[in-house]
Design a protein around this ligand. Sequence first.
Ligand SMILES: [Fe+2]
Length: 240
Amino acid sequence: MEKTYFDLIADEILEVMLSIPLLHEIADLNHKQLVLFTTQFYQFVKNFPRYLGALIWKFPDENIRFALANNLVDEVGGFAHLEKMDRTATHPALFRRFALTLNITEEQMNNAQPRPYTQKMLDTLDNLFIHSHYIKAIGGLAPGMESIFNTWIDLVLQGLRKTQRYSEKELLFFSLHTIVDEEHSEIIKVNLLDYLSDEENKKFLKEGAYTTVNAQKEFFLNLTEEIKTLTHHPDLAIHC
Ligand SMILES: [Fe+2]
């Protein structure tokens, strides 16, 4: 099947993400480095449902809002958990389950502060999802994140599996995301087709996707710099 404009943008964005060396080197991180990776990446994980909420508010199309609501239900653990008000399977909770294997408690995760470079990424994403045109915002979410998350999070998953330190249950946040987000993105893609016959909308979609990926790339490169200091100074304390 011929690739759509949406697919072409997603391919470009994936290439940018895959060019980040850190994502290929997860198996080589020592404990302190992995703690830093986990506490900082968590800042993104815990904010992600808010981006969906902002887009549901912002997007004028009912079908897209329906798809985003479905996505949000998955973020809070799926319909069965939601119905029972069971919060143990929300995606941030699954991520905290992994963090616990590094001896980072739930309380420590909740109190973990973003580094300035992490905050910069969060500010960029807040601005994108709250203040940008709705096509730009969905560009940041769908081709910018969800179409490609399955591929690069799989690199993280494979790196963690390689260490043989974690059970599959502990790695559920990662293995789950090798599947779910791509499905979400496909539904959004189908519903965006009509919008993308318009040249200005195409431009917005691309701008949004690049805003996201550039913010994430800068975050990971800065994180890498700090991670390197933990190799040279193994006793340096991490304030998570
Ligand atoms: Fe998620």
